[in-house]
Design a protein around this ligand. Structure first.
Ligand code: S3P
Length: 450
């Protein structure tokens, strides 16, 4: 149970807005921010983090790494200094680790705890308590960890006892999930041997990159048609490093789609991370005919970064292949909104993983589309959206189910639909994009308390 389970909901309405104009820098990447805190915990000495996302999810991971022995100092907005505890020398937290809404934070930290001789209890809000954790626990049990307590179906609250000598394993992830891969690799860091993870489809590689940045020996090779083999040598001598967090493409997705669907808009998004395993939405929008200019490509903090100039466009429906899912997994809700404004039908294939995100996103998106008058259908694991060629009725009230991306996606719809769109609660936006309303407002987006 988290504090936001107890607060009354805060409905918010988005109304048709004039052209969106201006420049916006999205907040730091959530995946990299979680990993920066975790890697800082695992080395002895001082890590400096710049551009950290100070959203609720990441701050929960910060609290967890502090509970395991790190010392965190907040130096200024996005700027943190972390005194690590060191690989192999973590302590058991005195209290339950409350991860709130954060799937990534909880799952990655299960990897850390599972690979150390410590015990921790993991819990979170009503959304996190519904999410499947067996996919993380299974490989950790193979490595020698033990589950002392779990809710039915392998759900939180989970009491996990780690092992001081994690067995090196070769693990084939059952679904393309960076969270599963990262949990295994994080446990493998403290293993006396070599840990190997195979994935059939490449998922985001921020853990691999950051492990190397902190001095670990990680090699990545192709595996099969789209997959990868990741090999990690355990017990590296991790060295503190400076982490510069680039802007989150999953947050940039909201102003990006807003600028495309609000007529007359012209918006520049700066410093967006262009890691090839995160830019599936950009690829799809370009296929749909979006007017997006990629400017100033550069390398920042070890990641590809660019500025995007986005102008309102009449999008066309497309067929999005299932193989693209890992590189745009969190962007389907807002892609569904873009598709609602497109001309013709968009088919998004292979969305089974959306059912186990912060909400059942496939059901939540479909319900939101129904509430706002958008013609759509679910066939198997595919979502089909029939676009209104620039016109969407809107007017509905959308249930967010404690899901930040459902909340923001339908607010974006309301900026361009004929009637306003109301969401039942804006609270969860703070988990990943606490400055959403103010940054979007500065571009000309209008939101009202409902
Ligand atoms: C994340 C991986 C993705 C994504 C999540 C962040 C990460 O989940 O949906 O928001 O940082 O590793 P899966 O890896 O389970 O698909």
């Amino acid at each position: 149970m988290s504090s936001h389970d107890l607060l009354p909901p805060n409905p918010l309405r988005a109304v048709q807005s004039g052209p969106l104009r201006g420049t916006l820098k999205p907040p730091g990447d959530k995946s990299i921010s979680h990993r920066a805190f975790i890697m800082a915990l695992l080395c002895v000495g001082e890590t400096q983090i710049e551009g950290l996302l100070e959203g609720d999810d990441v701050l929960r991971t910060g609290a967890a790494v502090a509970a395991l022995g790190a010392k965190l100092t907040h130096l200024g907005p996005g700027n943190w200094r972390v005194q690590g505890a060191g690989l192999g020398t973590l302590k058991s937290p005195g209290e339950t680790l409350d991860f709130g809404n954060a799937g990534t934070g909880s799952r990655l930290m299960m990897g850390v705890v599972g690979g150390h001789g410590i015990t921790a209890r993991f819990d979170g809000d009503a959304s996190l308590r519904k999410r499947p954790m067996r996919r993380i626990l299974d490989p950790l049990l193979q490595m020698g960890a033990q589950v002392l307590e779990e809710a039915p179906g392998g759900r939180c609250p989970i009491h996990l006892q780690g092992t001081p000598e994690p067995l090196p394993i070769e693990y084939h992830t059952p679904v393309a999930s960076a969270q599963i891969k990262s949990a295994v690799l994080l446990a493998g860091l403290n293993s006396p041997g070599t840990t190997v993870v195979y994935e059939k489809e490449a998922s985001r590689d921020h853990s691999e990159k950051m492990f190397r940045h902190f001095g670990a020996d990680v090699t990545v090779k192709p595996h099969g048609e789209h997959g990868r083999k990741i090999t990690l040598i355990g017990r590296p001598n991790l060295k503190p490093a400076t982490v510069i967090v680039p802007a989150d493409p999953s947050s940039a997705a909201f102003p990006l789609v807003a600028a495309l669907v609000v007529p007359g808009s012209d918006v520049t998004i700066t410093g967006m991370m262009m890691n090839p395993l995160r830019v599936g939405l950009l690829t799809t929008l370009l296929e749909m005919g979006a007017d997006i200019q990629v400017m100033n490509p550069r390398l920042e903090g070890g990641e590809d970064v660019a500025d995007l100039r986005v102008r309102a466009s009449q999008l066309q429906g497309v067929d999005v292949p299932a193989a693209r899912a890992p590189s745009m997994i969190d962007e389907y809700p807002v892609l569904a909104v873009a598709a609602a404004f497109a001309k013709g039908q968009t088919r998004m294939r292979g969305l089974q993983e959306l059912r186990v995100k912060e909400s059942d996103r496939l059901a939540a998106v479909a319900a939101g589309l129904a509430a706002t008058g958008v013609d759509h259908e679910i066939i198997g694991d595919d979502l089909l959206v029939s676009g209104g060629a620039g016109t969407v009725a809107g007017g509905g009230r959308v249930e967010t189910h404690l899901d930040h991306r459902i909340a923001m996606s339908f607010l974006i719809m309301g900026l361009a639909s004929a009637k306003p769109v109301t969401i039942d609660d804006e609270a969860m936006i703070a988990t990943s994009f606490p400055t959403f309303k103010s940054l979007m407002g500065a571009l000309g987006a209008q939101f009202e308390a409902a």
